[in-house]
Structures are given as C-alpha cells and as structure tokens.
Ligand binder design. Structure first.
Ligand code: GLA
Length: 380
C-alpha cells in the first residue's frame, strides 16, 4: 500500500515537474548509463548550471543533472558582476542556492570565477570620480572580493577558478586592467588570497585555446614561476570551447601532457563542440560585418544533416578517447551547459544562431553520442 502511494505520488511529482519544466514533457531522460557512472574511477563529469536550473525552474534539467553529473560549475552566478555588483554589496542569493544544490546531491562543487577581466562590474577598477584606482586600492578590492566569496563557501566549494584568461594566445600576458594597474603579480596575489580564505580548496588557472602552442608556452611559464615562488596552484583548466573547423587533437594532447608535467591536475572545464562555421576561419568574414551574412553562418536552423552529425559525434568521441587515455592526469571533464537550448554558443560569436554543441538536445533528450562516449569505458 505504502509503495503504491509512493508510486502514485511519484507519478504526480513527475507530471508536475514536466509541467513546470523548461523541457518538453514527452522526452525520456534515460541514458543507458548515467554519464558519471560510466566515467567512475576515471574523472569527474561536470556541467555548468544556469539560473533556471539553480532556481529549480527546470526540473527536467535538474533531474538530468542529478543523474548524469557528479560535479557542477556556475555558468554565471558567481561572476563578480553578479556576486558583487556594487562595491561591498554582495548578492549571494543564487550562489547560495547553487552551492546548496551541489551539497544536497553530493557533488564536487566548482566556484567560477574569482578574478577575470570580463563580466566584472565597472566600479572594480575606478574610484568615485571615474578615475582608475591605484595599485594598492585594486589589490585591496581583490582581497576583499576573494576573501568574502571564498570564505562564505569554505569547505563546500571544493575547487575555485581563481584566475580566468590571463594569457593571450601568443603566450604574453593579457593587458587587462588587473595587469595594467597591478602588473603580473595580480595572479600570484589572487592565488594567495584564495588560499588564505580556504587552505583546503583546490585552486585553478583556467583559460581558452589552451591547445595553442603560444598559449601553452605562456601558461607553462606562468605556472612554473608561481610554483617557484611557493604559490599553491592545484590545477589547470583547459576550457575546451571547440569548433569543428579547427580540430587539433594532437595539439590538445601536447597541452595535456605539458600541463600535467607541471605536477598539477588538468581539467577540461567548459567543453562544448559547435557544429556551426566559425566566422574567423571563413575568408573575408568579419564578425561585425553584415546581418545578411548571418544566414550563411546559421545553416542548421531546422536540424543538422546526418553526415554532419556523424562527423560531430566522431570528434566528440575522439576527444573523450583522448581524455580516457590521460585519465590519470585529468581530474574532471565539465560540459558548458546541459542541453543545446541552454548553450551560450547560440549567441556567440554571432547572435541568434541555432547551435548543437552539447550532449543533450533541445528537448533534453540524450543524443546518440552519449552512448558512444559512455560505451568507451565498457571494456576498460
Ligand atoms: C568563458 C568563461 C565562462 C563563460 C564562457 C562563455 O569561457 O570562463 O564563464 O562565460 O566564456 O559562456
């Protein structure tokens, strides 16, 4: 009787969830194996959560996340523009919910990101008159920001992207306001402040295009310098925003090796594989050019041709094979979003396109590629 009651309650809850959810009701959320079960003992499998998922407004999405991922990253809610929109005014409401979600489902919770030149509020670099702040003031602001945020989630957030995107593709330091005002020491200071606030948290450097030779050399040199100064750095995040027209598994592999040789964990922190053409690899295409050009750059509004899907699946599978080959060096692989409808790639670098970069489709249905990549571990 009690089981029957539970069963019926279950059906009602599922039905209600479907009604409230952002995804369509008729879809199945089943994969042959949950993603994280398939990669157990290899690496964590993470996903970036958006605001609707964190608030419980996408219950189908939430249940997929719970069943498939054992690590979460906050897509936006912990970025400085959201968490400290005005000086000294911290807004933790969404970040608290995010952390509570991870705690209640026993997940490895990532904090993203403490020091980044982007999605940062304007006040951070200027005084009341709009003039650039001094080095000392900026260091104090960094300290207060990092200390307040990291201390709040001490022992709960297990790993922090401490510094994001500080190195250019050619290996030089990005001339961000942090760099211009403080110099490259801002990176060292950020790691020191994070460690001071939570000595047990893992601390990461995170960046995109990490397979490029120039960036690889720059990041390796920077990390070596930090290590020689006794700075704690636990891992390097290769974001992994990938495109089909610039696949270079061998360069990716070289970077995996180079970063792991530094004695730190390597993580794929923001993986997605766009199916759309990149404006930068098309001759004569300037992203800011014309709106008419967008149509050509948005070829799959009504679906992706079968042969393109196969090509896309093969690339995803090849990357996961590579991750498995280096699983002893890789601690986590995180997807930058759950389903295609959630992906930032629909809006970047050209707004309003229809992209298909993730493992779950617009109806939150697992794509065929999920069984392909989870199947890779079957014989191991
Ligand atoms: C970078 C950031 C992420 C996110 C993506 C695009 O990779 O690290 O937080 O903003 O860009 O969504």
């Amino acid at each position: 009787m009690i089981y029957k009651k539970l069963f019926l309650t279950g059906i009602c809850v599922v039905a209600l969830n479907y009604c409230l959810a952002g995804c369509k009701p008729e879809v199945s959320s089943e994969t042959k194996k949950g993603l994280f079960t398939a990669f157990e003992n290899k690496f964590l499998i993470g996903v970036a959560m958006n605001a609707a998922q964190i608030k419980g407004e996408d219950s189908v999405g939430d249940s997929l996340i719970i069943n498939n991922f054992n690590s979460i990253s906050p897509e936006n809610c912990m970025k400085s523009e959201n968490i400290q929109p005005a000086e000294g005014e911290f807004n933790f409401s969404l970040a608290d919910k995010y952390v509570n979600f991870g705690l209640s489902h026993n997940m490895f919770i990532i904090g993203h990101t403490l020091i980044w030149h982007s999605q940062i509020p304007k006040w951070f670099f200027v005084d009341a008159n709009g003039n650039r702040v001094t080095r000392d003031v900026l260091i104090e602001r960094m300290h207060k920001h990092i200390n307040t945020v990291v201390s709040r989630y001490k022992g709960k957030v297990k790993g922090w992207d401490v510094v994001n995107e500080a190195i250019n593709d050619d290996g030089s330091y990005r001339e961000s306001p942090f760099y211009q005002i403080i110099g490259k020491d801002y990176i060292k200071l950020a790691f020191q402040f994070a460690k001071e606030a939570d000595p047990d948290a893992e601390l990461y450097y995170n960046d995109y295009s990490m397979s490029l030779e120039g960036k690889r050399k720059g990041v390796v040199a920077m990390v070596k310098e930090l290590q020689s100064q006794g700075i704690k750095i636990s891992g390097i995040g290769m974001q992994g925003h990938l495109g089909m027209d610039n696949v270079s598994l061998s360069e990716f592999e070289k970077s995996l090796i180079a970063y792991s040789e530094l004695g730190v964990n390597v993580m794929i922190t923001e993986m997605d594989l766009s199916v759309l053409p990149s404006p930068w690899s098309v001759t004569g295409a300037n992203v800011s050019d014309s709106v008419a050009y967008n149509e050509m750059m948005n070829p799959y509004v009504n679906g992706v041709p079968a042969e393109k899907i196969i090509e896309w699946e093969n690339i995803y599978t090849a990357y996961f094979k590579l991750f498995l080959k280096y699983h002893e060096k890789i601690s986590r692989v995180t997807l930058w979003g759950l389903s295609d409808k959630d992906s930032w790639k629909n809006e970047w670098p050209i707004k309003g396109r229809t992209d298909y970069p993730l493992l779950f489709d617009r109806n939150c249905k697992p794509k065929a590629v999920v069984d392909k990549i989870t199947g890779l571990t079957d014989s191991k």
